[in-house]
Design a protein around this ligand. Structure first.
Ligand code: MG
Length: 374
């Protein structure tokens, strides 16, 4: 069978920037702006798909400057090709450049958006899912002095968030115990809390902290110790009564297989910016499904566009039961048209528009230099 001609004609790449309402602080540093690299893949007939990614140098080792250069190399290799043979394109990206999962995710997202639009399907159906799952997001309390964190937690509770994520990870972990104990006392016993140490502790700090919070109704603890330290992740997972979630330790399906085979985590946090996009995120979810492991979806500082794509992916997998979809809530402006909505109870929904349903407002993109590859 020959496919009738659909051809990628032009790819536009934009380095964007949005100020955060307040700095976002985790154990590896603070950011003041969301810097997202936007990739728009345009066909000869004018239809297009759009994706984005958020380089986070302390986690990916990627910068926006580096992404702009790599994106042009990747884009050159896509011009003239049929977007629907997307597996070929993903292999090509891996040949052009090792690692660099974040920028690859923007291309993967744009291709999935475009291919779902060509099929005239919302992305969640294109991925084989339905729209039945009820998805509620947490909101995240930055790593600050305990009193400031308590204020923030109370503010989020008053706003009706059904679960809070608390950033910890200071060494030694005694102050973290004070932080989480004060927050639990302030918000009452029932509001679920999840914690994320972003690799900040060592094995003994982690044991001290997890033991001290074992009766504080903590859903799970993300990345307690260095991601490369499999030995300690394994003994911590085997010891802890609070489930351990791998985040920085699992970028892609290869990592997921290794971490689960080693019994080095109970849960896995999937982010499109780590896996290199939806294609590999589905492989991570499949491995977790085979292992009977629940997942969370999360993000870096993507806008409502990247998070819309993530929600469509979330809808296709029953074993994704935790949803950390708060990055758009941290931004001082929302340049996205269409895409996901937040209800007053923080339920996150998407509609049946083709693709992921979100787009950048052209007047916002106009403020940034457009690098076009033809
Ligand atoms: Mg995390």
């Amino acid at each position: 069978m020959t496919m009738n001609g659909l051809k990628i004609d032009r790819i536009e790449i934009y380095p964007t920037r949005i100020k955060l309402i307040e700095p976002f602080v985790i154990s590896v540093g603070a950011i003041t702006h969301a810097r997202n690299t936007v990739v728009k893949i345009i066909l000869t007939d004018g239809r297009y798909g759009i994706g984005e990614c958020c380089p986070y140098r302390s986690i990916h080792g990627e910068t926006m400057e580096g992404q702009m250069a790599i994106a042009q190399d990747i884009a050159k290799n896509l011009i003239g090709l049929d977007p629907r043979t997307s597996k070929r394109h993903l292999h090509m990206m891996n040949k052009v450049m090792k690692n660099n999962a974040s920028i690859k995710a923007a291309f993967d997202m744009a291709l999935y958006d475009l291919n779902a639009k060509i099929a005239e399907l919302p992305l969640y159906i294109f991925l084989g899912g339905d729209n039945k799952k009820e998805i509620f997001t947490d909101n995240t309390v930055s790593l600050l002095e305990a009193d400031k964190m308590v204020d923030k937690a109370l503010q989020f509770k008053d706003l009706g968030f059904p679960v809070l994520k608390v950033k910890l990870g200071e060494q030694p972990s005694k102050k973290d115990v004070e932080r989480i104990t004060s927050i639990r006392k302030a918000v009452g016993d029932t509001l679920p809390l999840r914690v994320d140490a972003n690799q900040g502790w060592n094995f003994y700090d982690a044991k001290y902290a997890l033991n001290a919070m074992k009766d504080l109704n903590i859903e799970h603890c993300e990345e307690p110790i260095a991601a490369a330290n499999i030995r300690d992740q394994k003994r911590l997972t085997e010891w802890s009564t609070i489930p351990i979630m791998a985040d920085e330790a699992v970028f892609n399906h290869h990592d997921a297989y290794r971490i689960l085979a080693e019994n080095a985590a109970d849960l896995i946090n999937i982010k499109l910016g780590k896996t290199g996009g939806i294609e590999n995120a589905m492989k991570v979810a499949s491995i977790c499904e085979a292992a009977g492991v629940y997942c969370q979806v999360g993000s870096f500082s993507e806008s409502r566009l990247g998070i819309s794509a993530l929600v469509h992916f979330d809808l296709a997998w029953d074993n994704i039961i935790y949803h950390d979809l708060d990055s758009p809530l941290m931004m001082s402006e929302d340049p996205i048209i269409g895409g996901l909505s937040y209800s007053d109870k923080w339920q996150v929904t998407v509609d049946d528009s083709p693709g992921h349903g979100a787009d950048y407002d052209p007047s916002f993109l106009k403020m940034f230099e457009c690098v076009a590859v033809k």
